[in-house]
Design a protein around this ligand. Sequence first.
Ligand code: DGY
Length: 317
Amino acid sequence: MKKILVTRRLLRSNEDRIKELYDANLNLNDELYSQDKLIELSQGCDGVLSALTDKLDEKTINRLPKSVKILSNFAVGFGNIDLEAAKKKNIIVTNTPEVLTDATAEIGVLLILGACRRASEGIQGARDADWKWSADYLIGKQLTGARLGILGMGRIGQKIAKIAKSLGMIVHYHNRSKLSADKENGSIYHDNLKSLMEVSDVLSVCCPASKETINLINKETLEYLPKGAVVTNVARGDIVDDEALIDALDRRKVYAVGLDVYKGEPNLNPGYLKHKSAFILPHLGSATKETRTAMANLAIDNLEEFFKSGSCKNKVN
Ligand code: DGY
């Protein structure tokens, strides 16, 4: 029986399944393993079912035992893993695409709504019983007719576009390449980031974190936005230069932010906390029972496929 290290707790049904299929080393206390502990626990393992909280950088990957042949990441994003280092060690890395598209897009839309309609301030006022209705109380930005710029029109971006259109938003996007007409579905393509940002009343960051996208939203690119734009990020914190975004909030260049992901999670830049207009969530993108179950099942399917065939359709390196 193959031996698998599972670095974080999974939902019960998923843990039951992996225990049936493998000699699974589960993390019943859901402890956040240090890199040393992860290396120690992976001795003798054939694979690791990792999570986005595991920093599998080059140094850590090089210290993994030779027996480890697959890192099955329990996420669609894989910015936590150095893909090249894994490839050099002949370790395949897999992810869990598609199954989390809908749930993550829902949170992407919640960020847009929450930031534009001042949900943080509203929740605080209601909880503190510190409000009274008036014609100008917490006036926000209406989505109907506003231009939404989607940075990264993959599956999640496309789903956000679909919902945003149903809310009356006009959708623009920038992607490495223009989508086919059916996938584009009336959204307007921009072949460069500047041109997208110039028309984004609301920006939705949906692209993967990679060497090319780290700090793509920075001091310079934020200036392309119209004054009073809203910036949301449902992808990865690494794509945003926090200091630059907080400065843009301070200067009211940016009206509000909606964030689900952060550099150095679970910590976030305290500069966001002083802004009432920051609508912030704790990385809830895929957090529904259906989706987390499907993601873990796919991560297990990826192990199964790899051990049977030597490869996997969800291989990313
Ligand atoms: C992912 O899978 O990359 C999501 O961010 C998880 O919530």
